[in-house]
Design a protein around this ligand. Sequence first.
Ligand code: ZN
Length: 434
Amino acid sequence: MNSQNQNKAAKESSLCLKGGRLVGAGDKDQQADIWIRDGVIQGIGEAPCDFKGRNIDCRGKIIIPGLFDMHVHLREPGFEDKETIQSGADAAMAGGFTGLACMPNTQPVIDNRAQIEFIRRQARDHIVDVHPIGAVSKGLNGKELTEMGDMAGAGAVAFSDDGKPVERSGLLKNALEYSRMLGRPVIDHCEDLTLSESGGMNEGAESTRLGLKGIPSISEDVMVARDLLVAEYTDGPLHIAHVSTAGSVRLIREAKARGVKVTAETCPHYLVLTEEAVREYNTRAKMKPPLRTEKDRKALVQGIQDGTLDVIATDHAPHTIDDKDTEFDSAAFGIIGLETALGVILTRLVQEKIIDIRQLVEKMSLNPRRILGLDLPGFKKGLKANFTVLDPEKPWVVNANEFLSRARNTPFNGWKLNGKAVGVVNGTGIWWNG
Ligand SMILES: [Zn+2]
């Protein structure tokens, strides 16, 4: 296979993945063949010897339900110099994802039926399922509620003003009431802007040393607390995006214990990096919320282990070189993550025995789909084929220049990782790089 083919998905009407270790929801691990016809699982076990079609040797590989990233910025329409639906979905594929949900802070904003339909149409033929998230407020103006029901009818899987918080409590209340009726969550970017002001990194000893303006952890905590109260009052499904602080983890844990319908995500970077990554004024470690302290990082890891945090999502936020190659204060917030997430989590969490592969499947495949009300992939005859194939300990070095994303803004460039996706199968679509 030449390198061009490695970047493209193909169609396969008849496919057999042979001898992989299957790790799914609940069921015991098993080593088995999976044979698939026209995108549907025909059997699991020992493939019939007269099976005709493409056979792929998966011995030594792990096959899991396809990964899903519920927090992606695809930037199209409006910012195609940063990313497009095609390039972002390609990056997801290369990172081992079979599905993603994309945020509506584009230009125009995804805040009506026609825009939801546009995203779905653009992504229709891609191997990665692309599910649009509709805005909570028209044009992200924070004032007027969008036609949430109309967008849900067109395929919006959730609602969010991400990039910004839903500042007005009254608007959040209304949104959560609709959300409850529609059965689709509001995803909030929790930030009290009067506390974060023009800060660029975590507020603390490190920001003082660097002489940079800080964003205090309470900027997030205050908003999480408010959101939890509104969710409790309305009984609407709330999902908290990119949790970065120990305080948020504690608040969410307490709310879950008393029955609030809240789910939450954190991102690989908050689990493995701290504010120290900003030293040397590294703009590739600048994002919102910012990287926090070791104490916060440990609390997030604990939250992942005990189920307080349901999901690991990337908050893939592509920017151009120019957006980032500038002074720290003026550099754009955000990093990309689709092509490094799996390797980082395998290397730093699974191989370090902080979580096991089954928990990875929950946090990166099943829980995000549960939260968004999507069908769950699995290993059962009659189900649509939807898998990620991993080489669990394959050593590789992150080289941002090889990314299929248009963007290069990653703090993980040059990292030595162990474990990556070598293939994804989604229906009749297959991408293989093994
Ligand atoms: Zn956000």
